[in-house]
Design a protein. Structure first.
Lengths: 379, 508
């Protein structure tokens, strides 16, 4: 027995560590690669299936239209990614989108009415957009404050905001829509439709906006102290705290980011529709969370990427549009989406277990080899 | 020495391989009828694995278990239980939300066709508790009992069925002195009834007091078995670490400079009333390594947490290099030059989702760029330098932190601390759960830092560590400093007596 063990040990020691690490992964390399890239694999699957059913699916114009729809999911999901990376959740994104759309719609339609002064102020479109985003930031800040200052669990805090923000959106015009967002040259507030329908060098502006959000979000996640701290808090909040990280401040930040992204989504939808509906983006939090988890971000926090989320958003967007294109009813779409989310989380669990098994065996082997080196050196 | 016929349970040539790791290598072990065999060894020596095999939790890769001369095979703890082999886990594995009686009979409920016979369970539980001299109502919720009483319930649970071999894993680690005494009385009574007890502990004084035999494991191998009257605690330590314990820490005296950390009347209220820290005053100078010794609950961890600013409700004066920091946030104190290497690496020291590099740089992100940007190039360079300096053994700093051993992970935590350029380093039980080699290496790092002028304050519940490492030792009991000893005047006897919560206080 002991001779056998010595043989194992000799075999381990005779190979360089790096090689060993690589080899450990090979037995199931393909499977684990597929598992890691599952969102991408799903996306390719969706494209292949729908292209074979409907010839109009994989055409340039349809792809552009679908990508515009994807942008709406993706921008919201990017904000949600930061929240989920801290092991939180933001259920209020759909309602915040609705609220910011209604606020912007009201400002464009009627202007800001100051009753006591008997005055109406009209803002130009960039200002309206900024105010809309500000509403999102404010709602996010309230989420963050309730979570960090009052100690309410993110699930409950944002569930509350889901209801409150939707109620405010309804209140804004008593449940009615703002039907005319074209603005008036006299008020200098025309051009809101550019956001959702305009083109910049032949590229739909929505897609340009998505690109900007992706680049900025990737930069924040990868190349700023804030981003690193987001990962650290999600990975181990206590360790982050003892490393001097101001945990509450970072958490506040992620909910504000999520609110801003949600508001952007609301403004885009409003602009595309040319009217502000109070029930805009209802239950969109489901899409956003689905995109995040499909993209491989762990609901336990600390693990995930913006790129993954964007791919996840493509899966959700293409799946929805594809089902519409081949004439599947809206009800079946809901069933498909719900199943996809649960499947994504189940796969995430499988990957997590696989990884912790792999790293445990790597740990023991690294140990073994390093230990033997030490023994050899001391002899 | 006892004769062979007294051996109830015998493990012969047990080996166990987990993944690529050899946890046990050809180990023999005996449990003697009516005797206590103490199993000792450093963390990672293979104690828990051997225990698990004896109790049917693990199956040996090679070797066999012999019960009453008959080789046997155990598939599960249930199998072992049917043969009268019972294990009491260190972390008790009881249900705080159930009653004492329900806990004792959990898994082996007294059943009747109409359900569980609660009355009978309560009556039998009361009888068992009485046998151990416990006056506890079996209907009490377990969670309402003190840890010592919960320990007794765990023993009752083991005794609720026929028991021939009782394995106890560090049963006293959370007990007060008085609770330890009554536990020992219970163990002695069981032994008198002929039960074979396997007792795992790292408290040598307990082993000397309670044990009949001692079996030492090291690196998964059996090193020695001896009858307790024939040996002393020094012998045990030597067998455990494989050399003269005093050689583990290569001490050199250092020049001591200005005081860097000054603490005056630091007081912290305990949530349930009373004080966790009671007017603690001391100082640590540049180049000095000060050890804090004390039993569990003496206030060691609370002291370090209050110094770091985690317990903002603590009052009293804390100054770093003459600047008062009490009232400051953790981040502000870190900026002043304080850093804590926490007690629990996994839960407090490391972020498992991040790489080795990202863990090391975690507390210094502001220095690695401007306006919150992060220079990844600079991060890789600076972390590389520190990791080499501290001797983190990893082929690549982008490796996952989970791929490292305990000792190596501890070096990562130390590297993270050093990245912040600390002036005062707090280390809460820094050598816990690291192997012998890494221990002396970590100590070398600590002495080097001290030589460079850092003030180090560490805690330990291990006498040998404190005596071996510290220039000066503060002893704590019940939230107070009950003794202060220079390196030359410190003896284990003096430390133990100053740390005793019942007698200490007279010492100062």
């Amino acid at each position: 027995m002991s001779a056998q063990l010595d043989a194992i040990r000799r075999q381990l020691v005779s190979r360089p560590l790096q090689e060993l690490y690589g080899e450990l992964k090979t037995p199931h390399a393909w499977r684990s690669l597929l598992l890691r890239l599952r969102a991408f694999v799903a996306l390719i699957g969706i494209v292949i299936v729908f292209s074979s059913i409907s010839p109009s699916f994989f055409t340039g114009s349809n792809l552009l239209v679908m990508t515009e729809h994807v942008a709406i999911v993706a921008i919201m999901a990017i904000g949600e990614t930061f929240v989920i990376l801290t092991a939180g959740i933001d259920l209020s994104v759909g309602s915040i989108a609705g609220l910011s759309g209604m606020v912007a719609g009201g400002l464009l339609n009627n202007g800001l009415i100051l009753h006591p002064l008997d005055m109406v102020i009209y803002f130009n479109v960039p200002l309206v957009v900024l105010i809309g985003l500000g509403i999102g930031a404010g709602a996010g800040a309230i989420n963050g404050a309730v979570i960090t200052k009052l100690g309410v669990a993110p699930f409950i805090a944002t569930l509350g905001m889901l209801s409150v923000a939707r109620g405010l959106a309804d209140l804004r015009n008593n449940g009615a829509t703002f039907p005319n967002l074209a603005g008036d040259h006299a008020h200098g507030n025309t051009g809101f439709e550019f956001l959702g329908t305009g083109k910049l060098l032949h590229v739909p502006f929505t897609i340009v906006l998505l690109a900007i959000f992706v680049v900025v979000a990737v930069y924040i996640a990868k190349r700023t102290a804030f981003g690193r701290r987001v990962y650290a808090i999600g990975g181990n909040e206590r360790a982050a705290e003892l490393a001097g990280i101001r945990v509450n401040r970072i958490k506040m930040g992620v909910y504000v980011i999520s609110g801003i992204c949600a508001a952007m989504t609301g403004l885009l939808i409003t602009s595309q529709l040319g009217a502000a509906f109070p029930d805009t983006a209802t239950s969109y939090e489901l899409n956003a969370i689905a995109a995040v988890v499909l993209g491989g971000t762990s609901l336990f926090g600390g693990r995930g990427t913006i790129g993954g989320t964007v791919i996840g958003a493509f899966v959700i967007g293409f799946l929805g549009d594809g089902l519409v294109l081949v004439g599947v009813s809206e009800f079946w779409q809901m069933i498909a989406k719900g199943s996809v989310i649960v499947a994504a989380v189940a796969l995430d669990e499988a990957q997590r277990r696989r990884q912790s098994r792999a790293s445990a065996s790597v740990a023991s082997i690294v140990e073994e080899v390093v230990g033997s080196d030490k023994r050899a050196a001391s002899n | 020495m006892s004769t062979r016929s007294d051996v109830v349970l015998r493990a012969e040539g047990i080996s166990k391989v987990f993944g690529g790791t050899v946890a046990l290598n050809g180990v023999d072990f005996n449990a003697y009828r009516g005797k206590v065999n103490a199993l000792v060894g450093e963390n990672g020596a293979g104690k828990s694995t051997l225990m698990g095999i004896l109790a049917g939790v693990h199956q040996p890769t090679a070797g066999q278990i012999v019960l009453d001369g008959e080789p046997m095979h155990m598939e599960s703890p249930r199998d072992a239980g049917e043969h009268g082999i019972r294990l009491i886990h260190q972390e008790l594995l009881l249900f705080p939300n159930l009653s004492v009686a329900e806990n004792i009979f959990a898994g082996s409920e007294l059943r009747s066709p109409t359900g569980v016979r609660l009355r009978d369970q309560e009556r039998e539980a009361a009888a068992l508790l009485a046998r151990l001299g416990q006056r506890v109502d079996p209907r009490t919720l377990l969670g309402d009992l003190a840890v010592g009483a919960q320990q007794m319930v765990a023993i009752c649970k083991a005794l609720s069925q026929q028991v021939r071999v009782l394995i106890m894993d560090e049963p006293t680690s959370a007990l007060s002195t008085r609770e330890v005494e009554s536990l020992f009385a219970v163990v002695r009574a069981l032994v008198d009834d002929g039960v074979a007890v396997v007792y795992i502990s790292h408290r040598l004084e307990e082993i000397m007091e309670l044990g009949d035999f001692v079996t030492v494991l090291r690196d998964g191998k059996l090193i020695a078995e001896a009858a307790v009257p024939e040996i002393d605690s020094h012998w045990i330590v030597e067998q455990m670490i494989g050399r003269d314990p005093s050689a583990l820490f290569a001490y050199e005296s250092r020049a001591v400079g200005q005081p860097l950390l000054e603490v005056e009347d630091l007081t912290l209220a305990r949530p349930g009333g009373g004080l966790s820290l009671d007017r603690v005053s001391f100082s640590v100078a540049a180049g000095e390594i000060v050890g804090i010794y004390g039993l569990m609950g003496a206030g060691r961890t609370e002291l370090l947490q209050s110094l770091l600013g985690e317990r903002r409700e603590a009052v009293g004066r804390v100054a770093i290099e003459g600047h008062r920091v009490d009232g400051d946030s953790i981040g502000a104190r870190i900026d002043r030059g304080l850093f804590l290497v926490p007690e629990d690496r996994q839960r407090e020291g490391l972020v498992q989702a991040l790489s080795v590099k990202q863990n090391i740089s975690l507390a210094s992100l502001d220095e690695l760029g401007t306006f919150g940007n992060l220079s990844l190039k600079r991060e890789a360079r600076d972390v590389g330098v520190i990791a080499r300096d501290v001797g983190v053994k990893v082929p690549n700093i982008d490796f996952s932190i989970t791929a490292l051993s305990g000792g190596n992970q501890q070096k990562v935590v130390v590297a993270k601390a050093l990245m912040t350029n600390p002036k005062v380093l707090l280390m809460d039980d820094p050598l816990r759960g690291v192997d012998v080699g890494a221990k002396s290496e970590l100590y070398r790092i600590m002495t080097r830092l001290a030589k460079e002028g850092i003030a180090i304050l560490f805690t330990s519940s291990d006498l040998m560590e404190v005596l071996g490492m510290a220039d000066r030792i503060l002893v704590m009991a019940r939230g107070r400093i009950t003794g202060e000893f220079g390196r030359d005047e410190a003896t284990s006897r003096a430390l133990v007596s100053a740390s005793n919560p019942h007698t200490a206080g007279a010492a100062v």
